[in-house]
Ligand binder design. Sequence first.
Ligand code: ZN
Length: 219
Amino acid sequence: MNQSALVVFSGGQDSTTCLFWAMKKFDRVEAITFNYNQRHKAEIDCAIKITKGFDIPHMVVDMSLLNQLAPNALTRNDIEIKAGEGGQLPNTFVDGRNLLFLSFAAVVAKQKGMKHIVTGVCETDFSGYPDCRDVFIKSLNVTLNLAMDYPFVIDTPLMWIDKADTWKLADQLGRLEYVQQNTLTCYNGIIGTGCGECPACKLRSAGLKKYLNKKEATQ
Ligand code: ZN
């Protein structure tokens, strides 16, 4: 089997860094994006633009049923985004989102004869989403292999690194500026540096600042 990978891709900083990581590591890379009526259609457009730019075959899958099952702040304009307080999950959490996304990705990957599934989930990223944890990914990996009798490998290059080191990885892959200018993480739908105010922008810019300061100090 040639080394091929399907990247779960949102067009944000994390999954774009994962896409570049996969492009370096595997002979054949494709991407899959889940459309679940994210607040901003800009996210999907961004994902399409990035994959087109690098000639990556890209599939956009309709997952609007997710919003039907669990309306939340990421998909509904009438719900304000709030950070989690006192150990509570932020209200951007969608129960089972990664479970569903990775399971659908696995179905597609097997059809395409691809073994690796790459996802930008991260345990260090404080949000505490249970289906971003390493133990869940390992458990799901076993489940998927059993469910489809197929040797999937779920790769999580960002699992143990923080936002600063995610920028470092992008830099090592020679794509720091690209990620900075062309990805969308902002909850207000502003590409690149974003609105600067929302929790996603704050996390992203604090990580970049930390990485650039560290880099400067070692030069
Ligand atoms: Zn923002």
